[in-house]
Design a protein around this ligand. Structure first.
Ligand code: CAA
Length: 283
C-alpha cells in the first residue's frame, strides 16, 4: 500500500512541523486540532518557515504555495475516515492518547497505520486500546522538525514488520533518517538526553558552575549546538521533568531521580522559552 493521505493530530510546535515536512514531500495532509485558533497558529508557523525558505532562495513562491495547498484544515477526528496514516502529536498524556487511538481505530480505514509522535509514553500501551496493535507505531520527530534529520521509529510489542518497513520508507521520503528502536522508557533519544540535562541541572544546583559556564563547557568542549540548560529551556522544563519521571518510574532506578531544582522551576511556572523564563530569561 502506498501512503498518500496523512492526518496529523495537533497543530502545535511538533504537529505543525510534521505537517510541513509531509506536505513538502508531496503527501496530502489534513492538520487537525481542537479549535480554529490552534490550527491557525500552526498554519502561520508553517507559512513563516516556508516564506523564510523563499527569502533564502531555497524555494520559489510557487513551490511554497503548492506546499500550502496540500495542507487542509481539520477540526474533527472524523476527517480521518479516508486517510492512510494518522500521526498523532497531541499532548503527552496517556489517557488522552488512548482516547484518541480508540476513536481512530473506529474511524480510520482498516489499512490505516496509527503512528504517535510521543517522546516517551509506551507505544505498546497506546496500541493495546486498539484492535490493530500490529499497525500502531512510534514516529518520534525531533524539534525543530523541519531542521532535524532524525526520526526515531519505535516498534510496539505487536508492531508488524510490514508496518515498520512502510514507516521507514515514508521517513526517507520526508528526507529524514529513520532509526529503529524498541519500546522501553525514553526509547534511545530521551534515555540518553534527559539524564544529561538532569545532570547539568544538578551541576548548577550543587554550585559547581554558573549556568553560562555549564552551557559553554558542553557547547565549546563537546560541540553541542546548544548547552544542556539552554536546550532544556528550548524543550520545556515541564517536558524534561515529565520524561525524567517516566524514566524513574519505568526503570525504578534512582539514577533517574529528577533534580529538585528542576521541580522547583516547574512549580514556579518557569517552564523555559515558552513561558518567558527558565534557566534564562526570554523577551
Ligand atoms: N523551524 C524551522 N527552521 C528553523 C527553526 C524552526 N523552529 N529554528 C531554526 N531553524 C533554521 C533556521 O532557519 C536556520 O536555517 P538557515 O540558516 O538555513 O536559514 C537554521 O535552522 C539554523 O538556525 P539559526 O541560525 O537560527 O540557529 P542555530 O544555528 O543555533 O540552529 C538549531 C538552531 C537548529 C535549533 C540548533 O540550535 C540545534 O540544533 N539545537 C539543538 C536542537 C536539539 O537538540 N533538538 C532536539 C531536542 S529533543 C527533542 O526534540 C526530543 C524530545 O523528545 C524532547
Amino acid at each position: 500500500m502506498a501512503i498518500q493521505k496523512v492526518l496529523v493530530i495537533g497543530a502545535g510546535q511538533m504537529g505543525s512541523g510534521i505537517a510541513q515536512v509531509c506536505a513538502q514531500a508531496g503527501f496530502d495532509v489534513k492538520l487537525n486540532d481542537r479549535a480554529e485558533e490552534f490550527y491557525a497558529r500552526g498554519l502561520a508557523t508553517i507559512t513563516k518557515n516556508l516564506s523564510r525558505d523563499v527569502e533564502k532562495g531555497r524555494k520559489t513562491e510557487d513551490e511554497k504555495n503548492e506546499i500550502l495547498g496540500r495542507i487542509t484544515k481539520s477540526l474533527d477526528l472524523s476527517d480521518a475516515s479516508d486517510v492512510d496514516i494518522v500521526i498523532e502529536a497531541a499532548v503527552e498524556n496517556m489517557e488522552i492518547k488512548q482516547q484518541i487511538f480508540k476513536q481512530l481505530d473506529e474511524i480510520t480505514p482498516k489499512h490505516a497505520i496509527l503512528a504517535t509522535n510521543t517522546s516517551s509514553l509506551p507505544i505498546t500501551e497506546i496500541a493495546a486500546v486498539t484492535n490493530r496493535p500490529e499497525q500502531v507505531i512510534g514516529m518520534h520527530f525531533m524539534n525543530p522538525v523541519p531542521v532535524m534529520k532524525l526520526v526515531e521509529i519505535i516498534r510496539g510489542l505487536a508492531t508488524s514488520d510490514e508496518v515498520y518497513t512502510e514507516i521507514e520508507e515514508m521517513t526517507k521520503k520526508l528526507s529524514k533518517v529513520p532509526v529503529e528502536v524498541n519500546d522501553f522508557p525514553g526509547f534511545v533519544s530521551n534515555r540518553i538526553l534527559m539524564p544529561m540535562i538532569n545532570e547539568a541541572i544538578y551541576t548548577l544546583y550543587e554550585g559547581v558552575a554558573t549556568k553560562e559556564a555549564i552551557d559553554d563547557v558542553m557547547k565549546l568542549g563537546m560541540n553541542h549546538p546548544m548547552g544542556p540548560l539552554q536546550l532544556a529551556d528550548f524543550i520545556g522544563l515541564d517536558t524534561c521533568l515529565y520524561i525524567m519521571e517516566i524514566l524513574h518510574d519505568g526503570f525504578g532506578d534512582s539514577k533517574y531521580r529528577p533534580c529538585p531544582l528542576l521541580r522547583k522551576y516547574v512549580k514556579a511556572g518557569w517552564l523555559g522559552k515558552k513561558s518567558g523564563r527558565g534557566f534564562y530569561v526570554y523577551e
